[in-house]
Design a protein around this ligand. Structure first.
Ligand code: GRF
Length: 363
């Protein structure tokens, strides 16, 4: 894509070599820059001071849609490029249509790469990071302007346009799951039945073909797969955590509901949604945290077990307990019959506790 505001990537690569020969440094950054706000401007200005020229690689329209969801970008790539080029600190804008800026990084081989402080060197996308390392590019994370973001701007506009109440159908939930999604269904059914006043804004799974994604799509609820990364012990990778937070914020999510999500969450997700992440666990916590809880109850010869809804903290199933339901263990039960009985209670308990939490948080 080339226009008077969008430069050809090859031409910028040649320009980089010219600068290099003159002993000058090319600074590079990439992003969507959909609704330019003062946070962007300060960040770009600072990036420009790190070298002698600044190139912005702009996510094309398909790329923004893939990253941020339907309804984005608000402005086309041509318009976004024109706005960026009007800034004194921006020397060139190139556009890329893939999800990641890897190809332009490889082509331009910038001297320095700047990224906003919502990233850490670890949470940079692995593919982009590898391309930067291969090009010998120095990486600098710049500080963010607190409270200034495209999502915050969009939220404000939505609220203002609707006299402060917006067109929201209630508090916005995100459901994260890895499997069958029966708890997701129970929550969605409670919303449809009017017993839970909320809206499911987004479903996220770490498993590309998980049934929960299919069920969400059947209900026309935005549903996305996020590559979990290769961390050990069920931990989500830094890039995955960052992507999840971005998606939740872009969807103006109020409460995050884990429903069979087989990954351990941590910062920045825990910090961004502190006190607003719930989980359901198939035992009477603190008994039997972790995997196969109903099997453990059965093998221990207990006469009852149950399920627990709790707040998520940094531990495994250790957060504050918000609600529990008891389930008898019957003679002749096997793991399957017992889990099915527990799930019946889960489907009743989870929507109920979510409703209570929403009231307590005044959402
Ligand atoms: C439930 O048993 C829940 O307690 C556990 O994972 C299971 C999820 O089931 N955390 P589903 O995907 O909601 O059907």
């Amino acid at each position: 894509m080339e226009s008077s505001f969008i430069s050809d990537t090859e031409a910028v690569a040649a320009w980089r070599d010219e600068l290099d020969r003159a002993g000058k440094k090319l600074v590079f950054t990439n992003g969507c820059f959909d609704l330019l706000h003062v946070g962007h401007v300060r960040y770009l200005r600072e990036a420009r001071t790190l070298g002698d020229a600044l190139v912005v690689a702009l996510n094309g329209d398909a790329s923004v849609r893939e990253l941020k969801g339907e309804g984005r970008p608000v402005n086309t790539a041509e318009d976004r490029a024109e706005i960026l080029r009007a800034l004194e600190c921006v020397d060139r804008v190139v556009v890329f249509d893939e999800k990641r800026a890897t190809r332009v990084i490889e082509a331009i081989r910038p001297h320095l790469y700047a990224k906003g402080g919502d990233y850490t060197p670890e949470s940079l996308n692995a593919e982009e990071k590898a391309a930067l390392d291969a090009a010998g590019t120095e990486i600098r994370i710049l500080s963010l302007v607190p409270g200034k973001s495209t999502s915050a701007t969009l939220k404000k506009v939505q609220n203002d346009e609707n006299g402060g109440t917006a067109t929201r159908k209630g508090p916005r939930l995100a459901v994260l799951g890895s499997g069958r999604g029966s708890n997701f269904e129970a929550i969605a059914d409670a919303i449809d039945a009017g017993t839970l006043e909320a809206e499911i804004a987004l479903v996220i799974s770490d498993v590309a073909d998980a049934r929960i994604l299919q069920l969400a799509r059947e209900r026309e609820i935005p549903a996305i797969h996020i590559e979990p990364g290769s961390e050990k012990g069920g931990r989500l990778g830094d890039a995955a955590l960052k992507e999840i937070v971005d998606r939740l914020e872009a969807a103006s999510v109020d409460l995050v509901v884990l429903a069979g999500f087989m990954r351990i969450v941590r910062a920045p997700l825990l910090t961004a949604f502190s006190g607003r992440i719930l989980n359901i666990h198939p035992s009477l916590l603190p008994k039997y945290p972790g995997l196969g809880a109903w099997r453990q109850a059965l093998e221990s010869g207990d006469s009852e077990t149950g399920c627990t809804v709790h707040l998520v903290d940094a531990g495994v199933d250790t957060g504050k307990i918000l609600g529990q339901a008891r389930v008898p263990i019957l003679p002749g039960d096997d793991a399957e019959t017992l889990h099915a009985r527990i799930q019946e209670e889960e489907h009743r308990l989870y929507p109920q506790v979510i409703g209570e939490v929403l009231v307590n948080l005044s959402l």
